[in-house]
Design a protein around this ligand. Structure first.
Ligand code: ZN
Length: 129
């Protein structure tokens, strides 16, 4: 995030549910370390124009966009961090097929999270092998 000619990290990130028009919606929240202004950066993918957009909100505007979007929160970075240690909570499952000579000999089930962490949950061997 940027303000006062400085670049800094968000203190929290809200992951928001998809709306009719927008996907991959996130709200980055921080206080500027220089001027201490409240800052929110709303980023989303516009499904009709197929482009990403970013919009900054400051002070009262940042408070208002937070009020507006808080009903759409799926999870937050801080919520993840306090609830789980690494990896930060399981977000989705992923199956990986292990092949040998073109045949599937096993399936590994992973739990993946937003940060690219991957944990093997279960390995299923093909009975026929
Ligand atoms: Zn500033």
């Amino acid at each position: 995030m940027r303000h006062c000619n400085s670049v800094f990290k968000a203190s929290d990130i809200w992951f928001l549910s998809d709306s009719e028009k927008y996907a991959s919606r996130r709200l980055y929240i921080a206080n500027c370390p220089i001027c201490n202004k409240k800052i929110a950066l709303y980023s989303y993918f516009d499904t009709s124009s197929k482009a990403y957009f970013e919009q900054y909100f400051y002070s009262g505007g940042a408070v208002r966009i937070k009020e507006k979007l808080k009903k759409d929160i799926l999870t937050t970075m801080l919520g993840f961090k306090t609830k789980y240690k690494a990896p930060y909570g399981f977000k989705y499952g992923k199956n990986v097929e292990i092949k040998k000579d073109g045949k599937i000999i096993a399936i590994e089930q992973y739990a993946c999270d937003f940060w690219g962490n991957k944990v093997l949950v279960k390995k299923i061997q093909n009975e026929k092998e």
